[in-house]
Ligand binder design. Sequence first.
Ligand SMILES: NC(=O)c1ccc[n+]([C@@H]2O[C@H](COP(=O)([O-])OP(=O)(O)OC[C@H]3O[C@@H](n4cnc5c(N)ncnc54)[C@H](OP(=O)(O)O)[C@@H]3O)[C@@H](O)[C@H]2O)c1
Length: 248
Amino acid sequence: MRIQDKIILITGGNAGIGLEMAKQLTKLGAKVIICGRNEATLASAAKQFDLDYIRCDVSLAYDQKLMVKALQARYERLDMLINNAGMMHKYAFVDDADTLTKVVEEIQVNAISPLSTTYHLLPMLKRSHDAAVVFVSSVLAYVPSPAAPIYSGTKSFIHHCAQTLRYQFKAYNIKVFELLPPATKTAMAVNFDSAKIPLMSVEKLVAEFIKGLQHDRFEIVAGSSKQVRLMSRLAPKFLFKQIVKSFN
Ligand SMILES: NC(=O)c1ccc[n+]([C@@H]2O[C@H](COP(=O)([O-])OP(=O)(O)OC[C@H]3O[C@@H](n4cnc5c(N)ncnc54)[C@H](OP(=O)(O)O)[C@@H]3O)[C@@H](O)[C@H]2O)c1
């Protein structure tokens, strides 16, 4: 799909992968709106990279409603929604003091919010002649990491939803893309052991993502996620053992 003149909302666009998407898509002529919880980083990114922003915690229904209202007031349509906002908690399910809070937070932000945001923005997306929804899942949709027990499950869930919604949205001319990044150098990966887990640069990841969008490759399996996908089909038990080793 063409990027120029598209109106694009990126959730979690004030940092990491989302911010890099905002920069590269703006360079290609899109009007990008970013959202996130932190007003200061939203405002500073917007000023620096010529973006629009709306403060919104996507896990809160009230914030989502206000974001949709603000978008409707500023734009007549939305061409692309990129569901990028995400969080990862690493914890031992049995021993952590806040296990259930973390479980609920991860499921809300990574699994439920992308679907509710998409649902609430469907009327604006339907007004576009060339609409798309993007889900950002993860390489961990192919193989779970024991270090992030619930995060892996949420990404696998989104991987399935992207496939079913791609099929259902065809009737409404809304394309559904999915980006499956490998471990990528952002704040989320700050505690990953880079000797064991090679980190992709965020610039390279986003360049590959945009190429995928432009060529209508609906499942964008970036960088080393391709090898992991192959291994998950050929030797899933061996792959899981490798993941366990790399996270120990
Ligand atoms: N980095 C990796 O290795 C990696 C690998 C595979 C997949 N991913 C996925 O890629 C996406 C982006 O991750 P990243 O690495 O760029 O992470 P990051 O640098 O930690 O950025 C996370 C972004 O999400 C926003 N966010 C978090 N919770 C939110 C909420 N409740 N409401 C609104 N915004 C929220 C944050 O903004 P605020 O703090 O202002 O809310 C921030 O902009 C995530 O879905 C992640 O799961 C990352």
